[in-house]
Design a protein around this ligand. Structure first.
Ligand code: NAD
Length: 366
């Protein structure tokens, strides 16, 4: 697995703890323990003691029996929150009260009020809040963003993104996820704002044809979103939990001077050829596709703490992406285009349905 970051080097390291040790928390705990040069894993916590004990022994950290014990360590600098989304806000607020910096998995909450409360409270407490929008730390996405910002694409006309899981997560996860737009789409909404700019309006359609159990919980297995950016460019997102063939997270920016296409679907850099067949395995999960981004985002979190600098991805970014996700969900359910409130006029939802909306065409499972 690796050698824990407990070396005697004098390099400063932020002391971090991980709360929630499921799919994502295990990745974060391993990265803090073994791969982030500016971080040190102080402790881990999960309400399932057997899970906490197993991960603690794998990463060479202490498992504490409660979240308060985690926060009670005066030497702890920050907490990585990877618990289910429904408890993020509570864990983030308690960490801030204890004076700890917070890295929180997306989304900050399933509710807008709680999202806003976290952003405001952490700012007031003077601690950093970084949200898990890992694409901002992916080498390919970052290079594309840098070159687009330098003007190499000219005027951007189109943003296209496909995010497709090979298979859906566990039903219990799905039930508490907030739905396909808020749980998955939020990554694309953040990428859209980061790569192109603010969004003026959102339309969306969804289907639950594929199963299993999406319509029973009012969710969709596959969805399509159309964005109109404030500057006039268009965005098209397709999001699916049931792609079957592998994990895909591709994107494209088309501009007047060039187009950048980001797509890293393959597990290996080589292809195996035999009698009329070329064989090249596909990446099957988000943690394989974004393994280096998951390390880089936590290294950035630790580095920001050490340097006393604000992180690159802020609570405001989390709120803006959440508002877009909620708007897409609303647009899909109403069959109407939803316009985002102009800056400074953010309503309760952060979005408002256009009074004279172009009606959507009601379809099956929408
Ligand atoms: N950035 C990404 O690409 C990405 C990918 C997957 C999941 N996530 C996010 O990570 C979070 C966790 O998702 P997951 O797939 O790892 O879920 P999971 O169900 O696999 O794991 C959640 C873990 O949290 C623990 N837990 C439950 N209540 C807790 C509490 N009050 N305090 C601490 N721990 C608690 C559970 O016992 C479990 O071990 C979600 O918010 C999800 O949206 C992000």
């Amino acid at each position: 697995m690796g050698t824990a970051n407990k070396s005697t080097s004098t390099r400063p390291r932020a002391r971090l703890a991980v709360a929630g040790l499921g799919r994502m928390g295990t990745v974060h705990a391993e990265n803090v323990a073994f791969r982030c040069p500016s971080a040190q894993l102080a402790a881990v916590f999960d309400p399932r003691p057997e899970v906490a004990a197993r991960v603690a022994s794998e990463v060479g950290a202490t498992a504490v029996p409660g979240y308060d014990e985690l926060l009670g360590d005066p030497a702890l600098d920050g907490v990585v929150v990877a618990a289910p989304t429904g408890v993020h806000a509570d864990l983030a607020l308690r960490a801030a009260k204890a004076g700890k910096h917070v890295f929180c998995e997306k989304p900050l909450s399933l509710e807008r009020d709680a999202t806003l409360e976290v952003v405001t409270a952490l700012k007031g407490a003077g601690v950093n809040l970084q949200v898990g929008f890992h694409r901002r730390f992916d080498p390919s996405f970052s290079a594309a963003a840098d070159r687009a910002r330098a003007g190499e694409l000219g005027d951007v006309y189109l943003f296209r993104a496909s995010q497709r899981d090979m298979a859906p997560p566990r039903p219990e996860f799905l039930a508490g996820s907030g739905g396909i737009f808020i749980d998955m789409g939020i990554h694309d909404f953040d990428a859209a704002r980061w790569l192109v700019g603010e969004v003026a309006s959102v339309s969306a359609r969804g289907t639950a044809l594929s199963g299993p159990g999406f319509s029973e919980i009012g969710d969709f297995g596959t969805a399509v979103v159309v964005l109109t950016f404030a500057g006039g460019a268009l965005g098209v997102l397709d999001i699916s939990r049931v792609a079957g063939y592998g994990y895909e997270s591709s994107a494209e920016l088309m501009g007047s001077r060039g187009t950048v296409r980001i797509d890293e679907p393959f597990l290996r850099g080589y292809e195996w050829r035999s009698r009329g067949v070329a064989n090249r395995p596909l990446v099957q999960s988000f943690d394989r596709r974004y393994s280096s981004a998951f390390v880089a985002e936590l290294e950035h979190f630790a580095r920001s703490i050490i340097d006393g600098a604000p992180p690159l991805v802020t609570g405001e970014d989390a709120l803006a992406a959440f508002d877009l996700a909620r708007a897409a969900d609303k647009a899909c359910r109403l069959g109407q285009e939803v316009s985002m409130a102009p800056a400074g006029q953010v309503g309760k939802d952060g979005a408002a349905v256009v009074a004279a909306a172009r009606p959507g065409v009601p379809g099956r499972d929408r």
